[in-house]
Design a protein around this ligand. Structure first.
Ligand code: C2O
Ligand code: CU
Length: 486
């Protein structure tokens, strides 16, 4: 057995080394697709009503090759939903697949039964109609299925889309904000093809989940985008199931980070790389020069750990992601403002209790996810500090539903700028301990859990997930109940 294991490990090593870098070779011969903005109907009381249908289809990623895929209202990915703070939202989600699924609003603060986690399954042919009032700052959120044990498969087949939030401050700030013009959605996924089909196998001893051998943006392979403005805002979403990226530009130019998962920063931060693990978002603004071409690239990751750790991200993890082609003349853009928004993040000093989460492959705190078990009970209106630790020997990340938290500490130190904004997902490589401050504002629902989990979806599917409920002070937790669509 030992010999077989050693041989397997060696083969896995060779296999990951065999991947050829795509950097510098991608021809960029396809215009980047921009997901359409959904057109809601607006009811008398102002409620915006969106319609999403999960369906099967065929997508031509490569000329003349039809690939079976899943999408929302189309064959791959979904429309961009958009709403303002204070608005009421209702979504009619119909499952046109032949297996049950859910739709989760990643990053959204909303009642647990509207959350679209594994307790809100939608049977084939059924329609689920969650509704809520948007009550959080402008942000780049997203939506994707969350059926327990099947999330990696459903997302990988194409079920994902953006949910953009606006507010009065974001409307007033002189930031690039024309969707699809100087404000571009950049949904990054890695894929591998198996003949005409999307591959889904995880490879030999690949305990990190599916890894592709090339990237797509918004479902476009080898994408380029023509640029007409001096300043371009990119809303980066890592919608890959397992892969982590470190984004930057081919000439190492600096850019301004203006937002993280849950919204804008207090002020822009200048940098030349931003690392995103699955589920994380970053909003960056980059300055273009007339006539130039520059490539958004993913670079090898310095903090990913040693050579063995790097293997969990596919060995050579460099990718040419998206080419920007500037027009010969560019429209002038206003300078970025020096300050953006006041922080609404919770304060660690206010915390009334701490909890501890050890990220283990066998389950968070060694407890594999159980639909019937509530792991943590949180009191509405309180702030807590959660300590998240990874000594597991492989990379993980950590996502909490319903809240945007503050990263208080990373290995005892103040967080770097990309971890200073509102976050719902953080990369926690091996050897990392993070302290997070979270505030739970409710409403209370002792019977309906929210999830926290590793957002490397194979890990989530295989048990690295737990459940918490928000209750009124002194109220006991109930028994998890489903709210199946009908
Ligand atoms: Cu993006 Cu629990 O999910
Ligand atoms: Cu993990």
């Amino acid at each position: 057995v030992t010999v077989a294991l050693a041989l397997g490990a060696l083969l896995a090593w060779l296999w990951t080394d065999a991947k050829v870098s795509t950097v510098g070779r991608a021809p960029f011969d396809r215009a980047l697709a921009i997901p359409p903005l959904a057109e809601p109907t607006v009811e008398k009381d102002g409620t915006r009503v969106f319609t999403l249908r999960m369906q099967r289809g065929r997508t031509e990623f490569r000329d003349g090759v039809g690939t079976p895929t899943w999408g929302f209202n189309g064959s791959y990915l979904g429309p961009t939903l958009r709403a303002k703070r204070g608005e009421k939202v209702r979504v009619r989600v119909t499952n046109g697949l032949d297996e049950a699924s859910t739709v989760h609003w990643h990053g959204m603060h909303l009642p647990a039964r509207m959350d679209g986690g594994p307790h809100q399954m939608i049977a084939p042919g059924a329609t689920w109609i969650p509704h809520w009032t948007v009550d959080q700052p402008a942000a780049t959120l997203w939506y994707h299925p969350h059926p327990h044990g099947r999330t990696e498969d459903h997302v990988r087949r194409g079920l994902a889309g953006l949910f953009l939030l606006d507010d009065e401050t974001s409307a007033r700030l002189p930031l690039p904000k024309r969707y699809g013009v100087d404000d571009l959605p950049v949904i990054v996924q890695d894929v591998r093809f198996d003949g005409p089909r999307l591959a889904g196998d995880r490879g030999l001893m690949q305990n990190v989940g599916f890894l592709g051998d090339r990237t797509m943006v918004n479902g476009t392979l080898r994408p380029y985008r023509r640029i007409h403005d001096e300043l371009i805002r990119l809303r980066l979403l890592n919608a890959s199931t397992s892969r982590t990226y470190a984004f930057g530009f081919s000439d190492d130019r600096a850019f301004s980070l203006i937002g993280t998962d849950g919204g804008l920063l207090e002020r822009p931060a200048v940098m030349d790389r931003v690392q995103l693990s699955p589920g994380e978002r970053a909003e960056i603004v980059v300055r273009m020069t007339a006539g130039e071409r520059v490539v958004l690239r993913s670079f090898p990751q310095k903090n990913y750990g040693d050579r063995w750790q790097q293997r969990f991200n596919g060995g050579d993890d460099s990718f040419d992601v998206l080419q920007l082609r500037a027009d010969g003349r560019l429209r002038p853009s206003p300078d970025l403002p020096a300050t953006l928004v006041p922080s609404e993040l919770p304060d660690a000093e206010q915390a009334v209790r701490g909890r501890y989460f050890d990220l283990k492959r066998s389950g968070i705190n060694d407890r594999p996810m159980k639909m019937e078990r509530i792991d943590e009970v949180v009191t509405r209106g309180t702030t807590e500090v959660w300590t998240v630790r990874n000594t597991n020997g492989m990379p993980h990340n950590f996502h909490v539903h319903d809240v945007q938290f503050r990263v208080v500490e990373v290995n005892g130190k103040a967080p770097p700028p990309p971890l200073r904004g509102p976050k719902d997902t953080v990369f926690v490589p091996h050897g990392t301990t993070m302290k997070l401050a979270l505030r739970f504002t409710g409403p209370a629902d002792p019977d309906t859990p929210y999830m926290y989990h590793c957002h490397m979806l194979y890990h989530e599917d295989t048990g690295m997930m737990g459940q918490f409920v928000v209750v009124e002070k002194g109220q006991p937790a109930g028994t998890p109940r489903g709210h199946t669509g009908h």
